[in-house]
Design a protein around this ligand. Sequence first.
Ligand code: PHE
Length: 429
Amino acid sequence: MSNVSPTVLSRIGRHLHRLPGHPLAITKRLIESYFGDPRTFPPCEERGCRPHHVQALDDLPPVVTPQANFDALCFPPDHPGRARSDTYYVNAEHLLRTHTSAHQHDALRSHQAAGYLISADVYRRDEIDASHYPVFHQTEGIYTMGPAWQQAVIAAAPGPVDLQPLAGRPTWIHAGNPIQGVHDPRVSLAVGQHLRDALEGLVRHVFGAAAEAKRDASPAPAAAPGVPIQPASAMPATDLPMRWIEGSFPFTSPSWELEVFWEGQWLELLGCGVVQQSIMDRAGLSDHVGWAFGIGLERLAMVMFGIPDIRYFWSEDERFLSQFADGRVRRFVPYSRYPVCYKDVSFWRPAAGFEENALAEITREVAGDSVERLECIDTFTHPKTGRTSMCYRVHYRHMDRTLTNAEVDAWQAQIAARMAQELGVEIRG
Ligand code: PHE
């Protein structure tokens, strides 16, 4: 019943996000420090919130039920995320959480605080490349507002809201990304605004630290005569372009994604939205409204620290870890890596179809983290027989030593044998 590979299993309990001096822990702490400080995330208790307090949780166990990971979050029964091709099942009743949202319900139901931050390792069967790894980390944020806050919003904006002008804006409110029917539109809009203000502030806080690290890493620019050198202060808001785009999550409506323009490109950072009221209701908070977001820590840490490959986070090499021992955001200084080696395997695809994730799993089971990347380099359909041939290239590299040709050949032979046996393909070479 279990489809959890040994490599993935060996990652459970590493708690990278709790290791002092690890880039993921530093990134997590930066998020926590923003929400924990009333100067950066001001309390709204004067408007009737429960006592302002954000509780940070980071040691919730990774095995949860499909109920917590999907059902409690309004995922439909046929949602593809539930499939065994996407999710690691421990047995029929338990799985490795695919996102930190799996803990939303329990956090809300605890009635401990107005807001929660939940940081944890999450697990998804996925492709293999420099930015994807089947285990990664997320921080979830949830914030709730009570009846007095909602009444103040309504009192400040008497009369119905005209949603028509908003509906014309694709990233805002429209039929496909609606305000929930149970919500007063004024309240939902105010929750959305509170969410956007909070998250734009978070992004400035985090990228301000990243910009500072970049300045520290680059030599001071020579001053042009008569032009004073800019002091290394926090980056002004206007220097960091952000954009809100429409999102879609079963557990929020409306939903958005936030992107930031960093080092020449738009970077998708986080998903968020107004929490489905049924989730608040089930947590015993039917008189509250709330927002939630989820952010991937690896993606964020890779750009902040300039770390080029997601597998570095798992390295136990001192040349990596010692660089961040002081717990600060700083630019990663590359050290020489061991060489890459690749091997191709071509095969006839079975009539029933072929799943790349299943191949990714096999390569990981055979060669562990030495598989750096899996790349489809050729596909063609034979004109007469109609059969399709595919060729995959497996890139091998060890983080901490040089691989020998003999061990790579042995892995490749094992992979081919298992492909024939488990995926029903006919190996061509
Ligand atoms: N759980 C979502 C994901 O993993 C992110 C999210 C969290 C979106 C909370 C909305 C609210 O993609």
